[in-house]
Design a protein around this ligand. Sequence first.
Ligand SMILES: Nc1ncnc2c1ncn2[C@@H]1O[C@H](COP(=O)(O)OP(=O)(O)OP(=O)(O)O)[C@@H](O)[C@H]1O
Ligand SMILES: [Mg+2]
Length: 290
Amino acid sequence: MSPWRRAADVAETAALEVRDLRVGFDAPDGLVRAVNGVSLRVDAGETLAVVGESGCGKSATMLAVMGLLDPASTIVEGEVLFGGQDLRRLSDARRREVRGRDIGMVFQDPMSSLNPVMSIGDQVDEVLRQHLRLSRTDARARTLELLARVGIPDAAGRAHAYPHQFSGGMRQRVMIAMALACRPRVLIADEPTTALDVTIQAQIVALVRDLQAELGMAVIWISHDLGVVASLADRVAVMYAGRIVEEAPVHELFARAQASLQPGAAALRAAAGRAGHRTAAGDPGVAAAA
Ligand SMILES: Nc1ncnc2c1ncn2[C@@H]1O[C@H](COP(=O)(O)OP(=O)(O)OP(=O)(O)O)[C@@H](O)[C@H]1O
Ligand SMILES: [Mg+2]
């Protein structure tokens, strides 16, 4: 199916919509209520940034959306609508199909999601072969193209390396290549560029923008880096204590944070306080907000 068709198919409904999501973790001292009724939506071609202080529930929200939390120790409630269909009601097999092909995710901790005993190239090949049924040769050609696009020099030579032979930033780039491999309709990226230097950050942001224009990909981008948020996002949702406390178009929110008139501004400043101050695109408004 052409990517254009795929983008057009979801134009009527949100690419991804979350309704009243709640996540509770079973902990020794009782239930930790990490997410307390989060609702959000992102449309095709749009980028929603999610910001908020450490521990406010950003990763828990996205892991629940992907159906990756262990049901034995977590309670998840709410709806996760992908193209209008509730992912939480799909069979495990169907959900695995959607995950990785239609919804790509870049995890906050790349080491834990790469296989330590499989070469980088084989791991990207596997995603392509499993979800797109590409032949070995076609998969490898696409893998090398992807690795080059995320800024891995000498991709053909490096594809044989194992994760421990890559730096943290290179592993993160491999995770981004894997998440983008099947040209997903939705990309969820959890602090995807924090470990990367400014040049590579800018390259990743440009790649995501290109793919958005090409495929109409919807993006949810969790970041503490307000420079990246300003250069990529259309809207920003500010989370605090498991809830979205404010949501606005990106320029509006930065303007308001500067004026410090809204409760969300405090959370935004808290998020900015943790930002690496290594921005992919300079924005005077951001510097002032941070
Ligand atoms: N497996 C778990 N068991 C118990 N509590 C957890 C678990 N995972 C997360 N939590 C708790 O849930 C809350 C939300 O955590 P989460 O990882 O979603 O935060 P976050 O917003 O992603 O923070 P950060 O910016 O540091 O990545 C925190 O209080 C955290 O301690
Ligand atoms: Mg997190």
